[in-house]
Design a protein around this ligand. Structure first.
Ligand SMILES: [Zn+2]
Length: 129
């Protein structure tokens, strides 16, 4: 089924993800690790991109990584993942926080990301023929 009379095209395997910025921000206590306020990296599609010469704690990165694919995707309006954007450093004595911000949208194609085929579209009479 198409929306508003749109013709189906080869672009039907397109989907959107948000690009993300992950930035070190100050917490309520001093930093223990080597973080510096403003240190950051970007998530664009499947890639992490670091500014030239940028450094980022691997322990902090390990804590942040599981959240990034969810933050890239559209979420239910009521989903807590949409509102909560600051992650604490995994060192319990460190005050650093890492803020995840959506900075743009990118269109990707299913066929460019996987060799697993999409489910076939339902026929003109629906799925429960
Ligand atoms: Zn830390």
């Amino acid at each position: 089924m198409t929306h508003a009379g749109e013709a189906e095209t080869e672009a039907d395997d397109a989907f959107e993800l948000y690009d993300l910025k992950v930035e070190v921000v100050a917490g309520e206590r001093p930093f223990v690790c080597s973080h510096h306020v403003g240190d950051c990296f970007y998530v664009r599609g499947e890639n992490l991109e670091f500014p030239r010469g940028g450094a980022f704690s691997l322990y902090a990165l390990a804590a942040i990584l599981p959240l990034l694919p969810a933050k890239q995707r559209p979420l239910d309006r009521n989903d807590w993942m949409g509102t909560d954007a600051e992650i604490a450093c995994p060192d319990p004595n460190c005050g650093a926080r890492f803020r995840i911000t959506r900075v743009g949208r990118r269109t990707l194609r299913h066929g460019d990301c996987t060799v697993v085929p999409l489910d076939p579209a339902p026929g003109p009479t629906g799925e429960d023929g």
